[in-house]
Write a protein that binds this ligand. Structure first.
Ligand code: NAD
Length: 294
């Protein structure tokens, strides 16, 4: 069977490096790096995510502040909250928890966030930096997926083919760009692509970020491939809720060289990379060197 790519262990390694870097930065800045989290409304899933982010921020020696805004706020109030945080010199990173209520303009809100503090990597400037290959803050989930891929294959993906299923701004598109920057030869596939199984079978690295439970079957996978399953799908099986990925895990295991489980694969990497981005943002804004292994 395939090797399991242990996202929990890899995330712990990232967090340990972040903790060291945060400690060094705290000594030089006179305060720990600080992440601001903005939560609009009271969506229960978002509440859980925010609580986790705040908890893990503390665990790596950083501070966080929360701005909780009622569901009913208007755009001007959200804009003012973000602008305040931009101007607050004690804040290094700003995260606007998604989704925000439908009456608010997500694109407008995101474009207001100072790119230097854009720890989710979702502002147009951050997206542009990624396209142009310039230093910037990279979206957390695709960054986490890359760390997992490189933990198996090493940093240089020269000569390897990769396919990314899904072209979202949050995952698929940035992951394709990161793979290409690491010298992989990338196919960007999506819901309108022809013959996905055949496209997938030629790829040394298969990344699924689609949101379709077990779309990718064993016979889509090139023998010996590295399979990264970004999908998180809630399904009911035998009356019980369960999380499954975009890849039929059991089938992938007998074909692939290495595969990420769901849960416990890409999932834990996302928050670890958020913490990593917060340290990177703090260091860059202070003009401090970034530890080379971060
Ligand atoms: P999205 O809905 O924004 O995008 C899905 C993409 O998949 C689209 O580009 C679409 O073209 C493509 N697609 C849809 N059906 C397809 C099909 N049948 N064949 C090929 N492509 C198809 O979703 P997203 O935000 O990119 O998230 C994708 C998955 O990753 C979801 O399951 C989500 O829950 C999960 N996710 C996980 C994390 C994490 O691990 N922390 C973070 C973000 C998203």
């Amino acid at each position: 069977g395939a090797r399991l790519i242990d996202g929990k262990a890899q995330a712990a390694i990232v967090r340990a490096k972040v903790k060291v870097a945060a400690g060094e930065l705290a000594a030089r800045l006179g305060r720990p790096p600080c992440l601001a989290v903005v939560l609009v409304g009271a969506d229960p899933a978002s509440e859980v995510y925010v609580r986790n982010k705040v908890k893990l921020t503390k665990a790596v020696g950083m501070t966080s502040i929360e701005r909780r805004l009622p569901e009913t706020i208007d755009q001007a109030t959200l804009d003012a909250t973000l602008t305040d945080l931009n101007e607050n010199e004690e804040v290094d990173g700003i995260l606007l928890q998604m989704p925000i209520p439908a009456h608010l303009d997500t694109d407008r809100a995101l474009s207001l966030i100072d790119p230097a503090k854009d720890v989710d990597g979702l502002t147009p400037i951050s997206a542009g930096a990624l396209v142009l290959g310039r230093a910037g803050l990279v979206p957390c989930t695709p960054q986490g997926a890359m760390i997992l891929i490189q933990s198996v294959l090493g940093p240089d993906l020269s000569g390897r083919t990769a396919i990314v299923l899904g072209r979202s701004i949050l995952v698929g598109k940035p992951l394709s760009l990161l793979l290409q920057s690491a010298n992989a030869t990338v196919t960007m596939a999506h819901s309108r692509s022809p013959d996905l199984p055949a496209l997938c079978r030629s790829a040394d690295i298969l990344c699924a970020a689609v949101g379709r439970p077990e779309l990718v079957r064993g016979d889509w996978i090139k023998p010996g491939a590295v399979v990264i399953d970004v999908g998180i799908n809630r399904v009911i099986e035998e009356g019980r809720p369960r999380l499954i990925g975009d890849v039929a895990f059991g089938e992938a295991e007998s074909v692939a060289d290495a595969v990420t489980p769901v849960p416990g694969g890409v999932g834990p990497m996302t928050i670890a990379c958020l913490l990593r981005n917060t340290v990177l943002a703090a260091a860059r804004q202070a003009g401090e060197a970034i530890p080379h292994d971060l």
